[in-house]
Design a protein around this ligand. Sequence first.
Ligand SMILES: Cc1cc2nc3c(=O)[nH]c(=O)nc-3n(C[C@H](O)[C@H](O)[C@H](O)COP(=O)(O)OP(=O)(O)OC[C@H]3O[C@@H](n4cnc5c(N)ncnc54)[C@H](O)[C@@H]3O)c2cc1C
Length: 429
Amino acid sequence: MSGWTTAADGGRERNWSGNHRYTRGAFVEPADLDELRRVVAGSARVRVLGTAHSFNEGPDTPGSQVSLARLDHVRVDAEAGTCTVGGGTAYVTALPAMHEAGWALPNTGSLPHISVAGAVSTGTHGSGVGNRVVPSSVTALSVVLPDGDLHTVRRGEPGFGGMVVGLGATGVIAEVELALRPTYDVVQDIHPGVTWETLLADPLAVLGAGYSVSVFTRWRDEPVPGGGEGAVGDVIVKHRTDDRRPPEEVEALLGPAQPDRAPSALLGADEHLTPRGSVGPWYTRLPHFPPDGDPSFGHEDQSEWFVPLGDAAGAIAAVRALEPLLAPVLSTSELRTVAADDLWLSGSAGRHSLAVHFTWRDVPERWAVVAAVEEALAPFAPRPHWGKTFTRPVDLGLWERAGDWVTQRRALDPDGCFTNAYLERLGLV
Ligand SMILES: Cc1cc2nc3c(=O)[nH]c(=O)nc-3n(C[C@H](O)[C@H](O)[C@H](O)COP(=O)(O)OP(=O)(O)OC[C@H]3O[C@@H](n4cnc5c(N)ncnc54)[C@H](O)[C@@H]3O)c2cc1C
């Protein structure tokens, strides 16, 4: 181990929300790629810890838990329209650099605090009927394999679709190349008057009302501004300014926009949210949470399932029926759409999806409620978000290429260097 930068007490001992304590034999923070390659080659078992924003045992290992915090670089190729980032780079540093060079990503998750490689590995997504998961922007990955070799795989090459959402098991991602598009501006509005009747009658009309739409709800009847009950909560619509539907058309569907309204308690503290009602570059409006504040509620747990978009009304109705059970343990839920993609283990692999998200209070009672939601969603072929909390055994038959993913994982890592209890739980070893 000599020459390695080890930190016996270093690294976070717990994930961001504090509800999972990592299991690891050692914590290692390589200074550069060469050191990373030596660390991987010299360790029987390795897992990467990104920015620790997932909610399960994904980063655990009996061997070396590796932080790539020092592999943090951003190169924008303004000619080619690509951005290459290090395996430890967080969106917070990469996004402004893309914009300043005149480029953008099609979408982001709800927060820029997370690492690009971590988001890619777990199939992180934003919203929008035409927007795919954020790893869909990946055009190339450089990964360190168990023998320390650096292997680059590009979109179009065999196996690429299985390596992107790799769950940390298809190599240590040392670099990610992303395809960019010309930069654009976004404005976001809140519509608090959408009723359950409107949503359930045509979920796609509501969820497709803008470039990126999020329905925040507690599943109960909320007051309708101006009088009455039966609203779903806060519907946040993010519009591209260069391609937006006429506001009167959106208001006919969703009721008046109230950009000045402080959102209800559904999104956490108001000062921790990105600006509404004013135009700004994409990367300052697509995430819900700005980089300089704490996102979400903090001490919490999260779960999410992807169901086929065609089943949106049925799935929403099934969860709404659980409202009394949910209320004591739920901080908020968010409904978003995700376009189908070709990444083998993506939550939206091969199917347009509704993503049904839950932010739980971090109390033991939540576990029974998670199980009840899983049961309610079971008829809708639910795929769990890989970075969040789920209790049911995963039905790998829901992913057409899951078998190919396992075959490729075994070929890349025959001795199971990158496997752990999490991969075993998923049946992916
Ligand atoms: C407040 C909050 C909001 C969120 N919002 C969203 C959202 O809008 N949409 C969504 O889909 N998800 C969301 N998430 C979940 C989050 O996007 C994922 O959990 C994501 O994986 C976090 O990235 P990370 O770097 O923190 O990952 P970590 O938790 O550090 O790691 C996650 C997995 O990725 C692996 N990994 C990390 N880096 C590498 C690497 N370089 N090479 C190989 N494997 C690696 C780890 O081993 C682990 O298995 C949210 C989470 C929080 C806390």
